[in-house]
Design a protein around this ligand. Structure first.
Ligand code: ABC
Ligand code: CA
Length: 458
């Protein structure tokens, strides 16, 4: 699957353990397994299709080192060549990939090359790890990462006490390169999400990427500074746009000036090789959810318009569409099934409309350049092709805002329509070419020409 194909996709991030437990039930302890499986996901592919997402990012798939607690999230590797039986094992994973491919959903696997798990609760016990069961596979520095500004420490010390693989040991490096090639080809994955990128020396990733056999790999560099994150895109084709994540939250959540989007974009252009390929997101599994920090679905709707139509590849974190509001890890990792997979909420509908429009890609708007059109403290308007997006940061219950903008893809006298529900609302572009934008109670709007409405909505 080509990079160009990935650009059109909308990625949906699930924690495999939390998406669907076919036996139902409630999860009482979010720090342990809750029973979600690959077959659970397969049985709800229709839900993914209703939402309009067409790429699925699943948890790390391999067997876990089980000590006093359990790696329900998948980041604590045990047997690298075995598939986590809790999720359905080898057969279950193969069934999932086949079912997704039949539904034209790409599958992205999450992988870790920085560390393994701890065995039997011991800091130096590697006995349950295969093939890295010997201490020579790990960095000998024996320290924990404390100072995130010390890059030597970040690369050689342990993240949360996890055994830190020594990629400077050539046999470890070769094994990791062989492993990524094996896992991708054995399970027919279409893309890769790479964990803990800055915790391994940057040039390790060159060989990892070329061994992977896929074109789209997206790395996690958990840092808000574009100057720190940007250079990693010289080694991994895409990385998550963590700098823009913080800006999306500050602006649409916290109500800081929309000019912050403008200035963040300039920084991103200065520091990244290809801003258009970065992963755009408003929530993930390591941070309190958007609605936890900003308790207003109208604000989340604006953020999702930016995520789905802004510059980058959109990533929707499961549960945001259900307006979940969990706090820090593990509370942001709720079980989805108690929601009943409802498809009627405002945030669900907003995501669904835009994600389906992305699939339609009428007039190639998804692949067209992002053009910033009009910015005020409380208004951010941009276009992709001939689609115009108006977002605001004032939140619900804020009354009516009226703007007249003099920069849009439309010309005087044309009839254009806001396509958001409950009904499409059409009006004419003013005779001087300006467009009147009315936003009620902090809502976002999306405008297309009246003659294009059906093409856009499909
Ligand atoms: C467990 C417990 C947690 C507990 C933690 C210490 O141990 O569950 O309650 O707090 C997995 C599990 C976690 C588990 C960990 C450790 O393993 O999912 O539940 O936490 O056992 C990735 C994954 C993540 C995964 C791992 C480990 C890595 O997405 O799910 O965790 O495989 C660092 C790493 C990053 C990692 C993240 C959790 O920790 O770099 O890869 N995520 C600074 C640093 C970041 C650092 C971050 C958090 O703090 O720069 O590198 O991320 O510790 C901004 C700044 C940033 C700053 C943030 C906080 O603020 O610009 O630099 O980030 O403004
Ligand atoms: Ca390391």
């Amino acid at each position: 699957v080509s990079i160009e194909e990935w650009r059109k996709r909308t990625i949906y991030q699930v924690l495999t353990d939390r998406f669907n437990n076919l036996n139902g039930g409630w999860c009482t302890d979010l720090s342990q397994y809750c029973g979600g499986t690959y077959d659970g996901i397969i049985s709800r592919i229709d839900y993914l299709q209703d939402l309009g997402v067409d790429a699925l990012w699943i948890s790390p798939v391999i067997d876990q080192a089980e000590d006093s607690s359990y790696g329900y999230h998948g980041y604590w590797a045990g047997d690298w060549y075995d598939i986590n039986w809790h999720f359905g094992g080898d057969d279950g994973l193969k069934r999932l990939v086949t079912a997704c491919h039949s539904a034209d959903i790409l599958v992205m696997v999450d992988v870790v090359a920085n560390h393994s798990g701890n065995c039997n609760g011991g800091r130096y016990d590697y006995s349950c790890v295969s093939p890295f069961s010997d201490s020579s596979s790990y960095h000998s520095d024996d320290c924990d990462i404390e100072d995130w500004s010390n890059q030597y420490e970040v690369e050689h010390c342990r993240l949360s006490g996890l055994p830190d693989l020594n990629q400077e040991n050539e046999s470890v490096q070769d094994e990791l390169y062989n492993w990524i090639n094996w896992i991708v080809s054995e399970y027919d994955f279409d893309g890769v999400r790479i964990d803990t990128v800055p915790e391994v020396r940057a040039d390790f990733w060159d060989g990892y990427v070329s061994s992977s056999g896929v074109s789209f790999l997206i790395g996690e560099v958990f840092n808000g500074d574009p100057a720190y994150v940007g250079p990693y895109q010289d080694h991994v084709p895409s990385v998550f746009n963590y700098p823009m994540y913080y800006t999306i939250r500050d602006v649409y959540g916290g109500g800081s000036s929309c000019w912050n989007i403008n200035s963040r974009r300039s920084q991103i252009y200065e520091n990244f090789a290809d801003p258009s390929l970065l992963g755009l997101f408003a929530s993930n599994h390591d941070n309190p959810r958007f609605l936890h920090d900003y308790d207003d679905p109208q604000r989340l709707r604006n953020a999702m318009v930016y995520v789905l139509a802004g510059e980058g590849v959109p990533v929707v974190y499961y549960g945001d569409e259900q307006e979940f509001a969990g706090g820090s890890d593990p509370y942001c990792r709720e079980c989805l099934w108690p929601s009943g997979f409802d498809t009627s909420g405002d945030v669900f509908t907003t995501i669904s409309l835009l994600a389906h429009a992305r699939q339609k890609n009428y007039d190639n708007w998804v692949l067209s350049d992002f053009v910033e059109r009009y910015v005020l403290d409380n208004l951010y308007v941009f276009s992709r092709g001939d689609v115009l997006f108006a977002t605001t940061n004032v939140g619900d219950n804020s009354g009516t805002e009226h703007f007249v903008i003099d920069n849009s893809p439309f010309t005087a006298g044309e009839s254009i329509c806001d396509v958001f529900y409950p009904s499409t609302d059409c009006f004419d572009v003013n005779s001087d070419g300006t467009v009147d934008i009315w936003l009620l109670n902090g809502e976002p709007k999306v405008y297309v020409r009246e003659s294009d409405v059906n093409n856009f909505l499909g």
